[in-house]
Design a protein around this ligand. Structure first.
Ligand code: SF4
Length: 170
């Protein structure tokens, strides 16, 4: 299950998710409600992915949410961030945050270094296995694109190398 956290100030040229940049967009969700929704589905899940937007702009509530997930489920936790690994070390609460993460993918997206491989969009981004739960070989198995068709028929194209939707496609 993927959670897209709203708000990002990095403005990387070529960003795949510009609709997540506005700091006042998205939907405000209570952590307890979010946790309850997650638990409703957790038997069918391997783990959660935190993406955005820039998740670490909401470090405090995010860390609290991840702590609850860690303490009450066996789900794995993967986090994407535009902050570099070095920048993350200077953020408040970083130790508490990292204790609740299995894999962290860090760094801005740089269009001229595009790679779309192993869950990273550009080759400057770095992969950090905080726990022993996953390895590089596991990331190699992740498909580069996903098509999600909702019950109402709406289609979402996502992934590290998403397909492009063309008008007139059936
Ligand atoms: S950090 Fe991520 S969400 Fe933010 S602009 Fe860069 S690619 Fe987009």
């Amino acid at each position: 299950m993927v959670f897209w956290l709203q708000g990002c100030t990095f403005n990387c040229p070529g960003c795949f998710n510009p609709e997540t940049h506005a700091l006042n967009g998205g939907q405000v969700l209570d952590i307890d409600l979010l946790t309850a929704r997650l638990k409703d589905h957790s038997t069918n899940l391997e783990g959660i992915t935190i993406s955005g937007g820039e998740p670490l702009l909401q470090m405090s509530p995010l860390t609290r949410f991840l702590e609850i997930v860690r303490q009450t489920t066996s789900l794995s936790i993967l986090v994407f961030t535009g902050f570099s690994w070095e920048e993350i070390q200077n953020l408040p609460e970083v130790d508490r945050f990292l204790m609740n993460v299995d894999v962290l993918l860090a760094g801005r997206y740089k269009h001229h270094l595009r790679t779309a491989n192993r869950l990273i969009g550009s080759s400057n981004k770095t992969i950090h296995f905080i726990s022993k739960r996953y390895t590089l070989q596991d990331l190699d198995k992740v498909p580069p694109a996903e098509i999600v068709i909702a019950p109402d028929g709406s289609v979402r194209l996502t992934g590290i190398n998403p397909l492009q939707w063309k008008e007139g496609n059936q």
